[in-house]
Design a protein around this ligand. Structure first.
Ligand code: GDP
Length: 432
């Protein structure tokens, strides 16, 4: 079902509005991945349509206080909901916090409905007009408390919510999605055959037509996995048939429809430019990643030493990825893929609470402050994890942070919280 997020600063009447939307039914807290106590989701029903209401209230103001916390809340809503309702208090008008939120939401690709709350009678309609200044379109006057106009608002919400919600990986359960990628002849088909061949409980032919099934369901380690876009692999058609350009498009599509990629490399040969291109695609897509070095049966002492050197030189630019040495031919260590996939996905799904993050960050900054730039010491005011899958952190600062210092923060984040097998993204918002 589509998700509607409600954002706004405290005391504008968000909770009252949420109750109004829920029709005062017993609120059912939904189990949505990534939804913790500070983001609560409820089932809602209006005019026969179901949707989920995500109440993003209750973010603890961090080091920087309210505007940062609420802007982060808006950021989260924008990235996770199908439509956003932003609530302001018409009796107060647009505050600087409201403006900070509006600034974030003006970038939203999802529809945004600006609700002017506490319009208990017509005399307040004039004040409502002033809220056009937020640049979020026409303010929608309601009184959440008295129910004034709330039916019209619900109609407008239903109109704004799309028929088909954005895809939310894993939100409905189901097997997790894996892409098996790598350059031609690295052994993808062989490994796929090994994985399906060893398992009697494999369910084949899913998702596509019966003629050309796209995905394969594979049971590994007592868990069902969906290997995406395996049609070519299972038919033993070379993945790279056609031009290299076409092969790379197909690899990209497979990665993007997956949650985690197994990047297969040929352990018997030097790491090649083509391997790095595939790895770059995975990192840029933000998917979790497991490195599998195939053809380990061909690796002798010399090659093994050489490979370690290649890895030490940082040739494979994903030091955070777990590495498994396998042989599709002999079946060596193929069993180790499932735990590695699980670890990577766990990192990918990880959410660090805002409180935990900021107290860790405060200690880190105290010990190693950001370098001074142009005579000024940039301050990191507040941090929040805006997203999972992959973990994405937003730092609100008072000035530019050098790339080196961002990398330092990422390194320390990984030291503290792990994230094996998952990319970590850090974005910096400089507040003017
Ligand atoms: P794909 O293009 O990535 O699907 O690669 P294939 O699965 O078609 O394998 C390419 C070649 O490598 C074939 O000749 C396979 O028999 C061989 N091969 C695949 N895996 C292994 C392995 O673990 N060890 C050895 N020695 N050869 C392998």
């Amino acid at each position: 079902v589509p998700v509607l997020a409600i954002v706004g600063r405290p005391n504008v009447g968000k909770s009252t509005l949420v109750n109004r939307i829920l029709g005062r039914r017993e609120a059912v807290v939904q189990d949505i991945p990534g939804v913790t106590r500070d983001r609560v989701a409820y089932d809602a029903l209006w005019a026969g349509k179901r949707f989920t209401v995500l109440d993003t209230g209750g973010w603890e103001p961090g080091l920087e206080g309210l505007p940062g916390a609420i802007a982060a809340q808006a950021e989260y809503a924008m990235q996770h909901a199908d439509a956003v309702v932003v609530v302001v208090d018409a009796t107060v008008g647009a505050t600087t916090t409201d403006e900070a939120v509006a600034k974030v939401l003006r970038r939203s690709k999802q529809p945004v409905i600006l609700v002017a709350n506490k319009v208990d009678d017509d005399r307040l309609l004039a004040d409502t007009a002033a809220l056009w200044s937020l640049g979020l379109g026409e303010p929608f006057p309601v009184s959440a408390l008295h129910g004034r106009n709330s039916g019209d608002l619900l109609d407008a919400i239903l109109k704004a919510l799309p028929e088909t919600p954005r895809e939310r990986f894993g939100a409905v359960g189901g097997p997790r999605r894996v892409a098996l990628v790598g350059k031609p002849n690295v052994g993808k088909s062989s490994l796929m055959n090994r994985l399906t061949g060893e398992n009697r409980s494999v369910v084949d032919s899913v998702a596509g037509t019966t003629v050309d099934p796209v995905d394969s369901l594979v049971e590994l380690d007592d868990q069902l996995w969906r290997f995406v876009d395996t049609a070519g692999l299972r038919k033993r058609v070379n993945f790279a048939s056609g031009t290299e350009y076409y092969a790379s498009l197909r690899t990209k599509a497979a990665i993007e429809s997956a949650e985690v990629a197994i990047v297969l490399l040929d352990a018997a040969e030097p790491i090649a430019e083509q391997d790095l291109r595939v790895l770059t695609m995975v990192v840029e897509s933000g998917r979790a990643c497991v490195l599998a070095f195939n053809k380990w049966d061909l690796v002798d002492e010399d090659r093994r030493n050489q490979l370690e050197k290649e890895l030490d030189r940082g040739l494979v630019r994903v030091p955070w990825a777990e590495r498994v040495n396998v042989s599709a031919l002999t079946g060596r260590a193929v069993r180790k893929l499932a735990p590695a996939l699980r670890n990577a996905l766990e990192s990918w799904d990880t959410r660090i609470s805002t409180g935990q993050l900021n107290s860790w960050l405060a200690d880190l900054i105290a010990a190693t402050p950001p370098p001074v730039r142009g005579g000024k010491q940039p301050k990191i005011l507040f941090a929040t994890q805006a997203q999972t899958r992959p973990p994405t952190f937003v730092l609100f600062t008072s000035g530019f942070l050098e790339a080196g210092y961002r990398r330092f923060i990422e390194r320390k984040l990984r030291e503290q919280f792990g994230f094996t097998g998952s990319p970590v993204r850090i974005s910096v918002r400089v507040r003017e």
